[in-house]
Ligand binder design. Sequence first.
Ligand code: S3P
Length: 435
Amino acid sequence: MDFRIEPAAIGDATCRVPGDKSISHRAIMLGSIAEGTSRVRGFLPGEDCLATLAAFRAMGVPITADGETGLTIEGVGLDGLRAAPGRLDLGNSGTAMRLMAGLLAGQPFDSELVGDASLSGRPMGRIIEPLTRMGAVIESDCDGTPPLQIRGGLRLGAIDYALPMASAQVKSCVLLAGLYADGETSVTEPAVTRDHTERMLRILGASVRSRGGRVSVQGRPALKGADLEVPGDLSSAAFVVLAALLAPDAQVTIRSVGVNPTRTGVLDILQRMGADIEIANPRELGAEPVADLRVRSSALTGIRVDPGLVSLAIDEFPVLFVAAAAAGGETVFEGLAELRVKESDRVASMAAGLSALGVDVEETPDGAIVRGGTIGGGLVDSRDDHRIAMALAIAATVASDAVRIRGVDNVATSFPGFVELMSGLGAKVSLETDT
Ligand code: S3P
């Protein structure tokens, strides 16, 4: 499918975005291996999380739906998973594959993990390496990409691992394997990454210590089911935030969005560009801080983006490239090497998309220089990446002419209802079959 978007102003509105993708994955995984019932509220029924849900059901975990966004998980305990009858297909989801690889390395049965074309090209050596050090045996394609064959029945040993890259997926993978290892497993990260795994493990009763960039978990904890609340996904809210900022005269409130400080880099960067974003009504929702975001139209200015904020805004760079395209002056992005191994090479995808719309973008080996100006109409490609499709859709709301975005089916992986929500705000988005 394609999006066809006519330029149209966003108006005043109050809305909510779907549940957080990272936290929804973790709720299924950890709820499944806890003892007893976990009730999940605010679950994201997007394709990525539904793939994780199907995988745990296939491994014998009874999970029932309570409406669209509620789940009841009858946890089977650390040792209660059973071999799935076949391969586990994790679709487009790197989070599902990397976290589950850690969890499955400690099971008594073999597993095979597969994914779609994009996931099948993503690097898994980064998890195979630490898991192998723990005593796991995992085979991948010769270039370190999926499918993954994970041998079961092995005894894992705890490790003290220094992550070579800032990655919450790799950190979480090692911590989940650590639940099955003898002793205490530690991970040290080179930069702060999202800590949802640590927070949820604590809610379920595990002993997790975090200090100075080092996280440690004790093996074989007694995990007990709990109520698990999923806040709105800041990564999805970021698209709405930018649409409101770029509109000529809008005030939009997004209610109950996760504002975990390991995720809020996007707000810091936009505020430094001159964005009027108020973090209102801050409160706790389960293990996570949430707030309402009040956003007003703002004139943005180009900046040199602090590379120290990259790991705190890792999924928001597509939308930040659009902010830079619409800002006055030049924005310099550095330290974006990890963006090149996401669902697509997001630096290249955004450079190509914005250039096709007449924006001056110069790609550099680890980032880009974007010179703000007029965004024109035209035909662009999402490169089968949900966040590229949505970022370009936001650019299109302020383009001088209509924009067609090819290959937008993947938007359903993280943001079901994107078109309806944007239309409700006043955008003119239609879905058309590709020709
Ligand atoms: C995620 C971690 C990040 C992020 C991804 C979700 C997670 O990936 O890009 O969308 O849920 O842990 P990396 O660990 O590869 O940076």
